[in-house]
Write a protein that binds this ligand. Structure first.
Ligand code: NAD
Length: 499
């Protein structure tokens, strides 16, 4: 069986701990590789390498650092299909989705090529007699990132591209479910000219994460994953004096007003609810039609569209709508929640429980599900399902729909579908959620804006990518300088006494 490695000091390094995790092909259910799980000593070794390499990298001027990212973009485009194939094989998402995963990471790398501009700092000329003030953004030193399984290319790049552009060394602890693409990215960064030790991949589970949280040299930690782990990492990392940003789970509501274009809303819901098997933190998992008539019209439009969805392995072609879930446990958890929805009184309008695929009986596929008459007390409403399950909660009015989304503990993304500008504007202003779509179901901001939720979906002050990334991966130093001002008289400088 294929044995994966860590990537430390510019080389593939075998695991020393003796502990491994299985990496599956989710379409077949077979174990295709095993990944080593690092212990604290292995992590500490990578940190030492990073700490040695980082000052040299910080001394490279920002434009030269940016050139490495420029070349990395070229290599990502060169290897796009190879990366997407490796990603689909471990994650299960369709090939076009896997390319999208790489592409959305690549766009943040492109944005980070602007680092020389972002790192310029500020200058006040003549703040007093002979006094100038300037501030500069300096790297933190060694940063670390802990990433989830669902975007194994994009999220690592969202972290390491700005960190490295700012002059830091970066240690990535990717998800143990799909670790191959992060290893490939580290190789490509070095092919692009990055010195050894500036980007390293240490594979692992809680043991490696705890070692990151407690290592005194690591200055900052970025985390993306589920909310309980986000809270844990935020608490322990901050109490160890580190700068920490953690992005957690989601339950994204889409409000459908009676005046919405119902075909457009139904198409949007199917893409946003079932795309990538619902394994997206920006997936829409709750539809909130306003008024019973709107709800009936919406359900009528949704059912045939959902029944037409093609579920299959990425190898079956680009017209597949979504693939398997990532693990058998994920599949069992999703089906368990579907059963709880039925037991708690929701109406299952589309039932995907018996879904099977010939030749892939052991794969982790789950058919699409649609619930109607879901209420806020039900587990399928309270919990993030992270599967192809859309819940409909009927609201009597716009205010009721707004309150529903506002009262949910998660606040990652949301959307409203309406033709009324007033309603849309009111919604965008009042909603307590970080990313809002108006007739846009998945409002993921582009690289030059920032990405982040509110409430239990994010912990920390700064968002991912956009200008916030440059703030997160640098600290500001402000210099106040005073020089006696000279007055040129007869070719000589005469300095006035300093007051
Ligand atoms: P997860 O929380 O299980 O794992 C995330 C990372 O934490 C992995 O690297 C994993 O190895 C590590 N980890 C797991 N258990 C740990 C523990 N007990 N102690 C320390 N570290 C631990 O999340 P996942 O299943 O990989 O990803 C799905 C979750 O990520 C969903 O909740 C999804 O909403 C969320 N997500 C959020 C965003 C966002 O930007 N808000 C983006 C993508 C995914």
């Amino acid at each position: 069986m294929k044995e994966l490695t860590h990537y430390i000091n510019g080389a593939h390094v075998k695991g020393q701990s003796g502990r491994f995790a299985d990496v599956y092909n989710p379409a077949t259910g077979e174990v295709q590789a095993r990944v080593p799980l690092a212990n604290a000593e292995e992590l500490a070794f990578a940190v030492d390498v990073a700490a040695d390499a980082q000052p040299g990298w910080a001394a490279v001027n920002p434009q030269r650092r940016a050139r490495v990212l420029m070349e990395f973009v070229r290599l990502l485009n060169r290897d796009m299909d190879k990366l997407a194939e490796a990603l689909s094989r471990e994650h299960g998402k369709t090939f076009p989705d896997a390319k999208g995963d790489v592409q959305r990471g690549l766009e943040v790398v492109e944005y980070c090529i602007g680092a020389p501009q972002m790192l310029k700092g500020e200058f006040t000329d003549g703040a007093g007699p002979g006094i100038d003030i300037y501030s500069m953004r300096q790297p933190l030193g060694v940063s670390a990132g802990i990433t989830p399984f669902n975007f194994p290319a994009m999220i690592p790049m969202w972290m390491f591209a700005p960190a490295i552009a700012c002059g830091n060394a970066f240690i990535l602890k990717p998800s143990e479910r799909d670790p191959s693409v992060p290893l490939m990215l580290a190789e490509l960064m070095e092919e692009a000219g990055l010195p050894k030790g500036i980007l390293q991949v240490v594979n692992g589970d809680k043991e490696a994460v705890d070692a990151i949280l407690d290592h005194p040299t690591i200055q900052s930690i970025g985390f993306v994953g589920s909310t309980p782990i986000a809270e844990y990492i935020y608490g322990r990392g901050c109490s160890n004096g580190k700068r920490v940003q953690c992005f957690g789970g989601a339950k994204n509501h889409m409000i459908i007003m009676p005046d919405a274009d119902m075909d457009q809303a139904a198409d949007a819901l199917v893409g946003a609810g079932y795309g990538a098997a619902g394994e997206r933190c920006m997936a829409i998992s709750v539809a909130v039609p306003v008024g019973d008539e709107t709800a009936d019209r919406l359900i009528e439009k949704l059912v045939p569209r959902i029944e037409k969805l093609k579920v299959g392995p990425y190898t079956a072609g680009d017209d597949i709508d979504y693939g398997p879930l990532v693990t058998r446990e994920a599949k069992e958890r999703v089906l368990g929640l579907v059963n709880s929805g039925i037991e708690q009184g929701a109406k299952l309008v589309v039932d995907g429980r018996d879904f099977t695929l010939q030749g892939y009986e052991n794969g982790f596929f789950v058919g699409p599900h649609l619930f109607d008459h879901v209420t806020p007390e039900m587990d399928i409403y309270k919990q993030e399902i992270f599967g192809p399950v859309l819940s409909t909660v009927r609201a009597g009015s716009y205010e009721e729909a707004l309150k529903l989304a506002m009262d949910h503990e998660y606040g990652n993304g949301t959307a409203i579908f309406t033709r009324d500008g007033d309603t849309a504007r009111d919604f965008a202003h009042r909603i307590n959620i970080g990313m809002v779509g108006i007739n846009v179901p998945i409002p993921v901001p582009l690289a030059y804006h920032t990405f982040g939720g509110w409430k239990k979906s994010a912990f920390g002050d700064l968002n991912q990518h956009g200008p916030d990334a440059f703030r997160f991966y640098t600290r500001t130093k402000t210099v106040t300088s005073r020089w006696p001002s000279g007055i040129k008289e007869g070719g000589e400088f005469h300095f006035k006494a300093m007051d």
